[in-house]
Design a protein around this ligand. Structure first.
Ligand code: URA
Length: 439
């Protein structure tokens, strides 16, 4: 079989066979197949899509491209479950959800990814914590999941390696926003990680890969259908991504906000809504709770008792972080040289945010990748981001920019001004949690 013929067939809008898809996936793990050919295939799928059956073949071939984890041998006394987001700006939900779920009795082996396009990645955020082992060996990963209840790590070279290479190539070739490719990318990792159940946060809006609700529903259907075929009990929550989630965006800054949340100091309303909605679905899917009321009580108890904070702290220490990190995060987290406010230029309501542009500002500041192997500046980003619907006076702060240099800060200020619309009328806001779908 020739790689060029498989690309050509997809380029011409034809349906690929299982064999052809397997051949492509074998190419993903073969360094002799050049990135150009993989990019061309990605673009052909982006433009012509794939059938549901093709997506299933792609998912299972990518899941089987490396090791498949089995948690059965550990005899864990609770369910093994994970959550995944389709990606957004300021989305620090994973860092909150994993320890809260662990405090509620779940076991969460969370395999996270790098930032993709304008969106941030949990793996990059965790890398902002000095000495945190993002790639522990498998035995340590399992040990931490068993002892603590959660571990957030990167996709090791053994786990769905086909996705690892494909993900990196899609990131820099504008081929991310494809329903079959997102479905296969997410599910291949989750299937390989041996999850019994999965909760998906499918984001919609101008900061998401799915810009419309209808596209988000299509992605949700694709993920639920493909997961069901693979035997993974999956629930989807569709959530809003038409503004930064929480009050920060940027790797170290989001870790800081997460610590404040887990310490029950500051729980930004929209962030809290998303965390609670996803966790509730987790507790319902696993049978830990029978109804929403009970799920909400358990979640609240896990946070306010300090148990979730403790779980996060234990996970960090077990994976190499200093014991006093949670008490003194500012001593450890990287800090930007320059912090400048972006000021409102008129009175009015913050009515619209171009969230994708906000994500791209972070990429421009060095907090996201323009090239596959780029070293990130983990300190940069935004803090104190005002939510949509805020009433602002001229001169009031919309957000603080954290940058490496005054020039970067100046450019970012201009971009944030352009991305944030202040209007004379109070805006109608989108619901934060839009829909819950159960297969
Ligand atoms: N998250 C993933 O893991 N893969 C995608 O393609 C998009 C979001």
């Amino acid at each position: 079989m020739l790689f060029t013929e498989v690309i050509r067939k997809k380029r011409d809008g034809q349906t690929l066979t299982k064999k052809e898809i397997q051949f492509f996936v074998d190419g993903l793990t073969n360094p002799d197949v050049p990135a150009e050919q993989i990019s061309a295939f990605a673009m052909a799928v982006f433009l012509n899509s794939m059938t549901f059956t093709e997506t299933g073949f792609l998912t299972s071939a990518m899941a089987n491209s490396g090791q498949m984890l089995d948690w059965g041998e550990l005899n864990l006394p609770g369910p093994v479950i994970d959550k995944h987001s389709t990606g957004g700006v300021g989305d620090k939900v994973s860092m909150l959800l994993a320890p809260i779920a662990a405090a509620c009795g779940c076991y969460v082996p969370m395999i996270s990814g790098q930032g993709l396009g304008h969106t941030g990645g949990t793996l990059d955020k965790m890398s902002a914590i000095p000495s945190y082992q993002t790639f522990p060996d498998l035995s340590l990963f399992k040990k931490v999941v068993k002892q603590v209840g959660c571990a957030i790590i990167g996709q090791t070279s053994d786990l769905a390696p086909a996705d690892r290479r494909f993900y990196a190539i899609r990131d820099v070739t504008s081929t991310v926003e494809s329903i079959p490719l997102i479905t296969a990318s997410i599910l291949s990792k989750k299937i390989a990680a041996g999850n019994e159940a999965l909760i998906m946060d499918v984001k919609w809006g101008n900061g998401a890969f799915m810009q419309t609700l209808s596209n988000a529903r299509d992605l949700a259907t694709s993920i639920m259908g493909t997961a069901a075929k693979a035997g993974v009990n999956t629930r989807v929550v569709i959530t809003d991504m038409n503004e930064v989630l929480g009050s920060t965006a940027g790797n170290a800054l989001e870790i800081r906000e997460s610590i404040d949340y887990l310490a029950n100091n500051t729980r930004e309303t929209r962030l809290d809504e998303v965390v609670v909605a996803l966790l509730s679905e987790m507790l319902l899917a696993t049978g830990i709770s029978d109804d929403l009321h009970n799920a909400h009580n358990k979640i609240e108890q896990a946070i306010t008792s300090g148990e979730a904070y403790e779980k996060f702290s234990q996970m960090l220490v077990a994976l190499g972080v200093a014991a006093d990190f949670m008490e003194q995060p500012d001593k450890y987290l990287p800090k930007a040289n320059i912090i400048v406010p972006v000021l409102a230029e008129q009175n009015g309501w913050l009515s619209k945010m171009d969230t994708r542009a906000m994500g791209n500002v972070i990429v421009e500041l060095g907090g996201g990748r323009k090239q596959t192997n780029q070293q990130l500046d983990l300190s940069v980003g935004f803090s104190e981001v005002m939510p949509l619907g805020s009433e602002l006076q001229t001169g009031q702060t919309i957000a603080l920019i954290h940058a490496k240099s005054p020039e970067d800060a100046e450019r970012a200020t201009q971009s944030v001004q352009n991305a944030c619309l202040i209007a004379g009328e109070k805006p109608v806001l989108h619901a934060t949690v839009v829909e819950r779908l159960t297969s």
